[in-house]
Every structure is written in structure tokens, then in C-alpha cells.
Ligand binder design. Sequence first.
Ligand code: APR
Ligand code: PHB
Length: 391
Amino acid sequence: MRTTVGIIGAGPAGLLLARLLHRAGIDSVVLESRDRAYVEHRQRAGILEQGTVDVLRAAGAGQRMDREGLRHDGIELRFGRRRHRVDFPGLTGGRSVTVYAQTEVCKDLIALQSEEGGPLLFEAEALAVEGAEGDRPRIPFRHQGREDVLECDYVVGCDGFWGVARKAFPAAVSRVFERSYPYAWLGILADVAPSHDELVYARHDRGFALLSMRSPSVSRLYLQVPSGTKAEEWSDDEIWAELERRFETDDDWTLERGPITQKSVTPMRSFVHEPMRHGRLFLAGDAAHIVPPTGAKGLNLAVGDVTTFVRALVHQRETGSPGLLDAYSATCLRRVWQAERFSYDMTTLLHRAPDATDFDARLQLARLERIASSRAAETDLAEAYTGFPLD
Ligand code: APR
Ligand code: PHB
């Protein structure tokens, strides 16, 4: 097989990349090791920055998002039984976010790729990336029991944290920056209307809790749990009782319960691989960086990476200059590190580490008090949460 851009992975990064290349008249092939059902139903985050919404609309992939997505103009921070709302448009000159699950973004992009795009091969596992230093990189892969090779001009590794693309970087050029957190998130889906119309991030002495949603009738909630927790260790009643404790307020707010339809535990880590390019091999999305989900940045960073790559490839085709491709890694990493900083800040602000002291707890409350009482501090959070400009 032969194509201009070989894409490994059909998560949000790979699927959006294929869509943007198609719209630019550049052919690609997507290799995805799992089956379509797995990709379309893998529960992940659900917050789209304004920039992501704009990119999906411009790519002709925003129709259902515009119908079913929920525009949110703020979030609530909850601490010390108090409730503080952060007003996004008022602090950022009009920016907001949209609640629309990653699973739905993937379904929309898969449908478009199947109708209009190039080959999207499911259950096609890339085995390696070869020849990245030359001008004819290759991806040997296994599909339907047969081994084949995809010849490319460029390869973009959109294969997530556990993929193969990053392994093709020589150790001499790779630098990894990482931090693991001593806690995880126990996430549930529940068939019950969300108990608040915006997201609620709660800092409590017992640990963090988050109220999010998937639709007016489906809630998505998270509890901080110790690293290594298994979802089945928590009964439904225990989950609801702990959420109620952590969301406690001085007013008459109550948390509505409902049938839990899905339970899973997500570990927390920060990770960046530098550089994000080696010869004709580029990394995008989780293949290059991971953020703790507290800042809801994962999907939005993937969008920034693939948008940057397509702009750079189109620029080279139109002008003959490789300048933007040469700048790809530095351009993406500026935005990645701002998202890493924000995600780290939000995570350490709201979670209680196992070895946290009373001093640490007071420091968290002081940081929250600062955000609640200073427009400058609140603006920093609102600007980061609603997203850094793609340029
Ligand atoms: N060959 C083919 N496909 C592969 C291989 C391989 N060797 N290794 C991994 N993949 C596929 C995975 O099955 C997965 O579908 O690559 C895809 C990577 O998708 P994601 O992990 O979703 O990564 P990305 O597209 O960068 O999206 C980042 O997804 O994980 C969330 O929180 C993350 O919201 C963020 C978003
Ligand atoms: C989600 O809805 O899954 C979600 C929302 C906000 C976050 C993380 C996850 O910070």
C-alpha cells in the first residue's frame, strides 16, 4: 500500500488528522489496531475548547455537535462547603466550552471518513515505523491475519501512550518528562439528570470529586481514589454516599442518584516526549503527551497538534518551504507545556495527596480563596480552561 500520510491510530487525533488532510486534498491511510465498536465506545473526557469546536465545524464535522453538544459558560469550584462560579465569557472576552463526549466526536469522524475519506483499517496493528530518517518511511502492519507494508511520505503517530510510533525515536534524541500522581479517578456514568447545569469541581478533605454530564439525562461523575483501586471495590451505594459527602454545601443543594451504567478507574499522570518529530515521523496527541484529566485538556491538545501538522504540510505544498514542518515540534510543545502547567495546577489544587499535611490543606484553601477573590487569578483559570489559541 502507498499513501502520502500514514496515520497510526483512530482516536480523536488520528481521525481528525485524516479528516483535515482529506479537506486539504491530501491522501492518507489510517491503521487502527482495535475494532470500530471499541473506538466508538471507549469512555473518555467530554469538554471541547472553543478552538476545538471551531476546527470541527470548519472540517464539516460539527453538525451533530451543534445539535447535541451543550455550551457551558462556566464551572463551579466547591470548597469549604462554599460554591464559587467561574464566569468564562466575562473573564475571557466571550469564550466558552462545549460538553460533547469524545466518543461522539469519534463516531462523527468515523462516519465522515467512511463516507468520504481514505482507507480507515480497523483491526490493523502497526508493528513499527521504519525509515523515518529517510524520505520514504514505512509502516509494517498486520491486518486480517496478513502482514503488509504501508509506504508513506510522512508518518504521524496518533497511537496514544502505549503505541509504537514513539519507539521509533532513537534514544539519543528522546527526552521524557513525567510525573505520576498517588491517586486515580473512579468514573461513573449514571442514568440520572445532572444535579447541576454546569460542571462542579469539588476540593474536600476526603478527596476530589467532579460532577460532569453527557446529556440532560446522563450524568458523568468522578471520585478521587487511591492509585491501584479496582472499580469493583466500590458498590454503587458507597460511590453515591462518598460523592454526597464531598459535594456537601452550606445551602440546600442535593445530589440526585440514579442507576450506574458504567464504572472505570483512570490513573493520573503527566508525560511529555520531546521532540515530537524525527525526520518524516511526527507524533500527535497522547502518543506525545499525557495530562491528568482535571483540566480536560487531552482531546483538545490532540486537536492542536494535528491542526498544526496539516497547516505545516499544506504550507510546504503551497510554498515549497519546510519551515512550518521544521517548527512543528516547538509550536506544539509551547501549547502542550501550558496545558501541562494548567492540568498540574488544577490537579494539585483539588486533590488530597495521601501524604498531605494540614499545611498542604490550608495552602489549597488559600489558592482557592485567591481564585474566588481575585479577577486576575480567576482569569488565568478561565483562559486556560477555555483553551489557548491554536495559533
Ligand atoms: N497500531 C494501530 N493502532 C494503534 C496502535 C498500533 N500499534 N497502538 C495504539 N493504537 C490505537 C489505539 O487503539 C487507539 O485507538 O491508537 C489510538 C490512540 O487513541 P487515543 O489513545 O485516544 O489517543 P489520541 O487520539 O491522541 O486522543 C487523545 O484520547 O485517551 C484519550 O485522554 C485522551 O482525550 C485524550 C485523547
Ligand atoms: C468528563 O465529562 O468526562 C470530564 C469533564 C471535565 C474534566 C474531566 C472529564 O476535567
